[in-house]
Every structure is written in structure tokens, then in C-alpha cells.
Design a protein around this ligand. Structure first.
Ligand code: ADP
Length: 928
């Protein structure tokens, strides 16, 4: 083992010795403790001289060498540390050092072993490489430069060419210049000659100028002499001028004097003639009141001569001498007076109204010597004034008369208007009044016709029925026309299924068409949106009129009803309806006329086919007031086509009233009907018709009785008349729906299908309507429609679903409640349950107060509901609805629309309760 060890150590030391890399061992103090031959070689210092010396002594940077071995001891091992060894002779060797510590068996550090690697060669190689790279780079650069030079050369060559060209041009230019120079030289020579000539001329002129200067001097001297002489002459002249002026002045003064004296004479003559010429009387009066002078006008106005007047008393000539005296005195007192009214009397008694103006006149010392008075004849003015006053009086009178006339006209207009109103009222009332018994007549005739009679009797009965039918049509037409005239024709906007609605209506003609052996062809464009918004009742009325004309005027062939979509956009659809027949046709000359009131194509029409000529007039009104157009094409004996176009709004809503037709032969058993109708005849008729259907019926005379009956018994359908004493159909329905909460289908019986009535029917919760005279088939179909469906409340359901769908999204929003209660579950539950407790009684109070018309209570109960809307996030709409109800309630009258609003609010509140109950349960679950 010992031997092995010594072998190993020998082997190691021979390896070390053989290493060409310098190897050194260093003590902890950094002193060399051993090395190999390579180290000796690299430093050129003997082994024993190296031992004990400092490791860093043999490097170019001793400090760096020290850091190296210190780091070796500190870290344990360092690699590739670059140092440069300087050998004895000063040669430098670049070395990369690796160093690591070596330890004894106990792990104590004994020293470090450092191995260096000569990298001078590598370094040189690298430098060579670098140098090569540099050269390569330089080559590239040179190449680049050469390329640039080539380009530059080309550029230069180009420039040379350009320059050559330029040079050639310059040579040409030079030649030109040389030529020009020659020319200029020539010109210069000429100029020189010319200059010489000028010079000579100049010299001549100079000479001449000198001579002139001398001559001028001579003249100047002569001028001076002359000026002196002239000055002397001027002085002499001035003297003469002065003498002349003096003479002139004197002569002018004497002339002026003459003219002045003359003009004075003229002036006095002039003023005298003016005074004389004056048409106003002028009088001069002495202080004593005697006339001293006057003009001609005075003589004329008094009818006396100047002589007669002179010296007489001024006052004598006035109708009121006292007043004249007063004026005259006033002149003296005030020195003047203006526009005093007096009346002069002519000798012949004629009076002249005058206005007096007077002023005193004085002598040179200012003493008053008399009065001058000028009078102005104002007779004419007075006359005009009088006439004016009269005219004013007359005008006032005329105004009075005119006003009276106006009042009369207004009252006449009022009377006329009242008369028109009365006429309309009368028409409405009469047709209403006529209708009821008429309906009974027709109804009973129909009933009678079903029983056994002799052929003759049946014929009479048919005659009665036909007359009745004709009368009812006439009455309805008159009523419609009266409405159109009064501008009362209104149109509803409700969603309806057009196809179903039209086919239900055409159904009514089937029997008639079959009877006449005609064919009915229907074409309905499937592109027409299923539900459209419009007035189905009016649409029926239009088509009904056209089809019944077609049936009436067609003996053989067919009648086609065509409905097609003309255009459609996001909002609306325009539909064309045409009714085409193969009947008698209309002569071209009459085609314009047939849309006018009471116009038929020929005078014989009424006799042959009946009718009044009102139908098309109404149809045209109905189409045009809805913004549509109607036209007709017709060929005599071939047929006619009436077509009209109407636009309908599109909607996503469901249709409100379905008009499916149920056949009479469908078997219905054990059906009980409540007929609410006040008129005995109608009661009886309904009873007969319904019993004939095999239904069981009860009759109530008004709404109140109906409600009582409904408390005791269930009915399948209620037929409800609208106008009744005590409690009308609307009120009764409202009560049934909202207080009794009954959902029994209610069909309104309307004598007069107005849109207003229909809207009201819908609002209070009726399911459908039927117009009187009741068409049995339609009535049966409608009743069947309701009783066949397991859930009766067909329309109501639709109605509720529509509302509920809206509500599902927006009825409650607990964001506010969450925020207020900071989502505290218990608080939230408390709030919700408070709402749930309070709301149902409030709803009840609201409904009851509406039925009882207790407006104050209605107002108060709605008032109590309002705060909860915002707490439960029920939206501003509910609040507005409530406020609207309050507004209605404060008017203290049953307004249209209030029941609808109450119903809507009730629905919303009930829905809110349902949702809140769910919410309450949800919160409850989260905390349990
Ligand atoms: P009525 O039918 O009551 O006479 P209308 O105003 O409906 O009144 O019609 C006016 C007239 O137009 C009719 O009298 C008839 O002469 C003519 N007319 C209307 N429709 C047709 C038709 N389809 N074929 C032939 N003539 C028609």
C-alpha cells in the first residue's frame, strides 16, 4: 500500500513535470512552495530561487496576480484568469490561470495549486484573424470605393460630355460675342465721329450762349428803366381811379335815394291794395268803438257802403253785440285777441260766422289810437265741421247697425250649427231608435222563417225580411255618412290577423254566393305579414261593401277577392285588395259618378237591384281618410274590378281579436249564456236565437242585475249590451273583471260599431264584440270559439301575456333596495314583505273606488302606492301611470281611459308582487 502510494505520487509528480503548462503551488501567504519545469522555463529563474518568493512577483500586473490567488483561497477555485508573466530577460508571456485550493485529510486548506496556459500563440492567431478581418473589411471598403469611383468616373465622363457640349456652345457664343464685339467696335467708331460732331456743335452753342448772356444783360438794363417808368404811371393811375370812384359813389347814392322814395310810394300803394284785395273784412275802430275805416270786404259782408259804415258803432253789426263788445274790450286790455267767434249780420239779414283777430295800433309815442280788426268768414268751415259731425254720427250709427247685423249673423250661424248638430244628433238618434225595432223585426222574421208556414206566408216573410235588411243597411249608411260629415269617423290602430279576419268576413257571403250559383275565388299573398296594425272593423266594412255589390250585380260567373302585398319596409306594409266580378259592369260615363252620395250607374238600378248609392261614397271616404286610394275598372256586361290600397303598420305584438269562424253545425252542449240587455224586444230576440242554438239563457236588464246573477251562477259566455240604465256594459265588465276577478268571456253587443266603443270594450276587458243586428251565424261562431277553448279567456290571455312579457324584463329591479339595505338580507326581506302586505289592499281600494266613482279615495290609494315603485325599481312608467290616474281622479269625472290605466297598474302591481315573493323566498333560502 505504501508502495502503491509512493508509485502514485511519483506518477503524479512525473505527470506534473511533463506538463508544458506552468504549475505552481502557493502557500496561504501567497509564497511559492513548489513548481514544475515549465514554470522554471517560462520565468527563466531557477527552481530554488523561485521557492519562497511571492507568486505575484513574476507578473506585469502584480496587484492583479494577488487578487487572483486571494480569490482562489476565498472561493476555492478560479478558472481562466488572464495574467502576463514577465521572464528574467523581460519577455512577456500571456497566460490563462486556473487555480484551486488543496487540503489535508481533515479538510484544512494547505495551499493552492495554480496552472497557467500559455496563450500567446492563440492571442497571436486571434490578432491575425482580427487583422485578416480588418484587411477583408478594408478590401470590401476598397471594392465599395472602386464601385463608387466607377460611378464617379461615369458621372465625370457624363459631366465631361456635358462640359464638352457646353464648351461647343460657348465657342459658338464666343463667336457670336466676337461678332457682336466687331459690330460694337464699328458702332464705337461711328459714335466717336458723332461725338466729335457734337463737341463741335457744343462749342458753337457755348459761343452763342455767351453772346446771348451779353444781350440779356443789355435787355435787363432796359427793363429796369421801363419798370421805373411803369411804377410812376401806376401811381398816376391810382390817383385817377380814386377820383373816378368818388364820382361813382355819389351818383349811386342819388339813384338809391330816388328808388327808395319810389318804392316807399309803391309799398303804401301795395299794402293798401292788399288790404283792399283781402276777402276777410278789415275794420279800424276808434277807442270809442266807432268805425273809422274798413275795406271792401267789410262793406260786402254787412251790405252797407263805406260811407254808411264810417262813424257807426262797431257793435251794431253783430248778432250778439254784448259778446262783440267783450271781444273789442279784450283787444284794448290785452292789446290783441285771436280767433274769437262772432256772427255778423248783413243788411238783408244773412248771417256770417266769423272768427275775429284784433290788435291795437299806436302813434309814434306809443299811445293807442285805435283797434284793427280782421274777421275771417268761417261759414264754410263750420258747414264742413257740421257735416263731419253728422258723418261721424252716421258712421257710429252704421257701426251699431253692422254690429247688430253681425250679432244676428252669429246667432244665425249658431242656430245653423245647432241645426246641423241637431240634424246629426237626430240622425244618430233616429237610426238608433229605428235600428232596435228593425233588428227585432229582422230577427223575428228569421226565427219565423225557420218554422212551418205555407209557401205564401213564407214569401211574405221573405219580403218582410228583405225590406228589413235593406232598411238596416240604409240606416247604417246614413249613420256612417253623418259621422263622416261631422268629421267623427275615427280609426282604430290595433294588431289583427289580416288573413283570418278577411276570410271570416267572406264566410258571411258563402250562402248568398251559393244561392246565386256563383263562385268565390280567394287569393291571399302569403308574403303579407301575419299580424298588422290597423282598423279591422273599417277594413271589413270596405270589403263587405265591395263584395256585396259584386254579388248583387253578378248573375253568373265568379267573384274573386285578391289580397296582395305591394311593398314592404321595416315599418309598414302596403296591401292591395281587389274585388273582381263578372257582372253587369258600369258604363264609362258613369264610372266617375258612382263614388258620389246617392249615385247609381243607372236610374233603374235601385228598382232592379235595390241599394241607395251610398255604399261606395262611404267606401271611398273610409279608404281615403286612412291615406289609401281606390279605383275601378269596368266593362259593361263583362264585369268590374274595384281595387284599393292601404298601408298598415307592422308589429311584433300578437293580434288582439281572433276572428276564426266556427261552423254552426258544431255540436255544443250544456252552454249557459247570460244576456245583459235592457230592451225587451232585444232580450226576446236573443232568447229565441240562443235557445234555438240549444243554449240555456238568463237575462239581466242591466249591469247591476248581471253582477248579482254572476255571484250565484257560472256562465260560459256573457253577451253584454253597452248602453243600459243603472250600470252600463263598460262599468259592469270593469266590475266583473277587476272586482269579482271573473274571467268569463264577455262579448259586447254593439248597436253602432264605432272605434271609440271598441277601444273602450277592450280597455275594460271585453273579449270580443258583435254588431247588431246580430248575425246568428257569427254569434254562434263567436260563442263556439270561446266555449270550445278550455281556457276561455282567449283575448285576455293574450293581453296578459303581452303585458307580462314586458314585465318579466322590467317589472322590478332591486338595485336600489340592495343599495339602501347594503344587501342586508333581513332588511331586504322586511322591505319586500312590507310591500307584499300593503299592495293587495291598495289595489282593491283603487279598483273599488273607481267602480264607486269615489275619486278622492282613488286618488289617495294610488298616492299610497307611488313611493314603493321607486323602492322596488318598478320603473318610471308605473309611476307615470299612477300619476295619470291621479290626474284623472282630480277631475272628479269618469274619463275615458281611466279604467284602462287602473287595469294596467293593477297588472303591474300584481306582477311585482309575484316577482317579489319569489325574490323573498330566494333571499330566505340564502340565509337559512
Ligand atoms: P248601391 O249599391 O247602394 O246602389 P253603391 O254606392 O255601392 O250604392 O254603388 C253605386 C253604384 O255603382 C251602384 O248603384 C251600381 O250602379 C254601381 N256599382 C257598384 N258596384 C258595382 C259592380 N260590382 N258592378 C256593377 N255596378 C256596380
Amino acid at each position: 500500500m505504501e508502495r502503491t502510494k509512493s508509485h502514485e505520487s511519483q506518477y503524479a509528480s512525473s505527470l506534473i513535470e511533463a506538463s508544458l503548462d506552468p504549475l505552481i503551488t502557493i502557500s496561504i501567504e501567497g509564497k511559492i512552495t513548489d513548481m514544475n519545469q515549465a514554470k522554471v522555463d517560462i520565468t527563466g529563474i531557477e527552481r530554488n530561487k523561485l521557492i519562497g518568493t511571492h507568486f505575484y512577483d513574476y507578473f506585469t500586473e502584480a496587484e492583479k496576480a494577488r487578487t487572483f490567488y486571494e480569490e482562489v483561497f476565498a472561493v476555492g477555485a478560479i478558472t481562466n484568469f488572464p495574467l502576463t508573466i514577465r521572464n528574467k530577460s523581460g519577455n512577456l508571456t500571456d497566460v490563462l490561470f486556473n487555480g484551486s485550493v488543496y487540503k489535508d485529510d481533515q479538510g484544512n486548506i494547505l495551499g493552492a495549486v495554480v496552472v497557467g496556459r500559455d496563450i500567446s500563440e492563440q492571442k497571436w492567431a486571434r490578432e491575425l484573424q482580427e487583422a485578416n478581418k480588418e484587411l477583408a473589411f478594408q478590401n470590401d471598403e476598397k471594392e465599395k470605393r472602386a464601385a463608387e469611383l466607377v460611378i464617379a468616373n461615369k458621372e465625370l465622363a457624363f459631366q465631361n460630355e456635358v462640359k464638352e457640349k457646353r464648351a461647343a456652345e460657348l465657342i459658338l457664343a464666343n463667336k457670336e460675342l466676337a461678332f457682336q464685339n466687331d459690330e460694337k467696335e464699328k458702332r464705337a467708331q461711328e459714335l466717336i465721329v458723332a461725338n466729335k460732331e457734337l463737341l463741335f456743335q457744343n462749342e458753337e452753342k457755348e459761343k452763342r450762349a455767351a453772346e446771348l448772356i451779353i444781350a440779356n444783360k443789355e435787355l435787363a438794363l432796359q427793363n429796369k428803366e421801363k419798370k421805373k417808368l411803369a411804377d410812376e404811371l401806376i401811381i398816376a393811375d391810382k390817383e385817377l381811379d380814386y377820383q373816378n370812384e368818388e364820382k361813382e359813389r355819389r351818383s349811386v347814392a342819388s339813384k338809391k335815394l330816388e328808388a327808395f322814395t319810389y318804392s316807399l310810394k309803391l309799398a303804401s300803394q301795395y299794402s293798401l291794395s292788399l288790404i283792399e284785395a283781402s276777402r276777410d273784412p278789415m275794420v279800424v275802430i276808434s277807442p270809442e268803438g266807432k268805425i273809422t275805416d274798413m275795406n271792401e270786404a267789410t262793406a260786402n259782408i254787412t251790405g252797407l257802403t263805406r260811407d254808411e259804415l264810417k262813424g257807426t258803432d262797431f257793435l251794431d253789426y253783430f248778432t250778439e253785440p254784448q259778446k262783440a263788445r267783450h271781444v273789442y274790450q279784450e283787444v284794448f286790455a290785452k292789446e290783441s285777441v285771436a280767433d274769437s267767434p262772432l256772427t255778423l249780420r248783413h243788411a238783408n239779414g244773412k248771417l256770417t260766422d266769423v272768427l275775429f283777430n284784433g290788435s291795437v295800433y299806436k302813434d309814434d309815442r306809443g299811445n293807442v289810437i285805435g283797434v284793427v280788426i280782421v274777421a275771417r268768414d268761417v261759414t264754410e268751415q263750420k258747414r264742413i265741421a257740421n257735416e263731419l259731425t253728422e258723418a261721424i254720427v252716421f258712421a257710429e250709427l252704421a257701426v251699431g247697425i253692422a254690429e247688430e247685423a253681425k250679432e244676428k249673423a252669429e246667432s244665425a250661424k249658431h242656430i245653423a250649427e245647432n241645426a246641423v248638430k241637431a240634424k246629426q244628433q237626430f240622425l244618430s238618434n233616429m237610426s238608433h231608435e229605428i235600428r232596435t225595432p228593425m233588428n227585432a223585426i229582422i230577427g223575428f222574421t228569421k226565427v219565423l222563417l225557420k218554422t212551418e208556414f205555407t209557401a205564401k206566408q213564407k214569401e211574405y216573410l221573405h219580403a218582410i225580411k228583405m225590406s228589413g235588411d235593406a232598411l238596416i243597411v240604409l240606416i247604417n249608411d246614413i249613420l256612417d255618412l253623418a259621422k263622416v260629415d261631422a268629421g267623427k269617423m275615427t280609426f282604430e290602430q290595433i294588431p289583427f290577423k289580416m288573413e283570418a279576419s278577411i276570410s271570416a268576413m267572406l264566410h258571411l257571403f258563402e250562402t248568398k254566393i251559393q244561392e246565386k250559383n256563383l263562385k268565390l275565388i280567394r287569393k291571399y299573398d302569403k308574403n303579407i305579414p301575419e299580424v298588422l296594425v290597423g282598423d279591422p272593423v273599417r277594413l271589413h266594412q270596405i270589403i263587405l261593401n265591395l263584395v256585396s255589390n259584386a254579388v248583387k250585380f253578378t248573375m253568373k260567373g265568379k267573384i274573386s277577392v285578391n289580397v296582395s302585398l305591394i311593398s314592404e319596409d321595416d315599418k309598414q306594409a302596403t296591401v292591395q285588395f281587389s274585388v273582381c266580378d263578372t257582372g253587369i259592369g258600369i258604363p264609362e260615363s258613369k264610372i266617375e259618378k258612382i263614388f258620389e252620395n246617392f249615385q247609381q250607374a243607372s236610374s233603374g238600378t235601385s228598382r232592379l237591384y235595390g241599394g241607395t248609392g251610398l255604399g261606395l261614397a262611404i267606401v271611398k271616404q273610409l279608404v281615403e281618410t286612412q291615406g289609401g286610394t281606390i279605383s275601378v275598372k269596368s266593362v259593361v256586361n263583362e264585369g268590374s274590378t274595384f281595387s284599393f290600397e292601404l298601408s298598415f303598420l307592422k308589429t311584433a305584438e300578437a293580434a288582439e281579436i281572433e276572428s276564426a269562424i266556427h261552423d254552426l253545425d258544431t255540436e255544443l252542449k250544456n252552454i249557459t249564456i247570460l244576456v245583459v240587455e235592457d230592451i225587451l224586444l232585444n232580450q226576446l230576440l236573443m232568447k229565441t236565437v240562443l235557445e234555438d242554438f240549444g243554449f240555456e239563457i238568463d237575462i239581466a236588464e242591466n249591469g247591476k242585475i248581471a253582477i248579482e246573477k254572476l255571484r250565484d251562477k257560472n256562465y260560459d259566455v256573457i253577451l253584454m249590451d253597452l248602453q243600459m240604465p243603472e250600470m252600463n256594459g263598460f262599468e259592469a265588465t270593469d266590475f266583473i273583471r277587476n272586482i269579482m276577478n271573473l274571467e268569463t268571456p264577455i262579448i259586447a253587443l254593439t248597436a253602432d260599431v264605432t272605434t271609440v266603443d271598441l277601444a273602450k270594450c277592450k280597455a275594460v276587458g271585453m273579449n270580443d264584440y258583435i254588431a247588431k243586428p246580430v248575425d246568428e251565424r257569427l254569434l254562434y261562431s263567436k260563442i263556439a270559439g270561446f266555449v270550445k277553448k278550455p281556457d276561455h279567456k282567449k283575448r285576455n290571455d293574450l293581453h296578459e301575456i303581452a303585458i307580462t312579457e314586458d314585465i318579466v324584463k322590467s317589472c322590478i329591479d332591486l338595485a336600489y333596495l340592495n343599495q339602501r339595505t347594503k344587501s342586508h338580507p333581513k332588511l331586504m326581506m322586511e322591505m319586500i314583505s312590507a310591500y307584499l302586505d300593503q299592495t293587495p289592499p291598495l289595489i282593491l281600494a283603487m279598483k273599488q273606488s273607481l267602480t264607486e266613482k269615489n275619486w278622492d279615495l282613488l286618488y289617495a290609494s294610488v298616492h299610497k302606492m307611488i313611493p314603493s315603485f321607486s323602492i322596488m325599481g318598478m320603473g318610471i312608467d308605473s309611476e307615470n301611470m299612477a300619476k295619470k290616474i291621479q290626474e284623472y281622479a282630480s277631475t272628479q269625472i269618469q274619463s275615458e281611459g281611466i279604467s284602462e290605466l287602473v287595469l294596467q297598474l293593477e297588472t303591474i302591481c300584481i306582477q311585482a308582487c309575484v316577482e317579489l315573493k319569489e325574490e323573498f323566498n330566494r333571499i330566505k333560502q340564502t340565509i337559512s
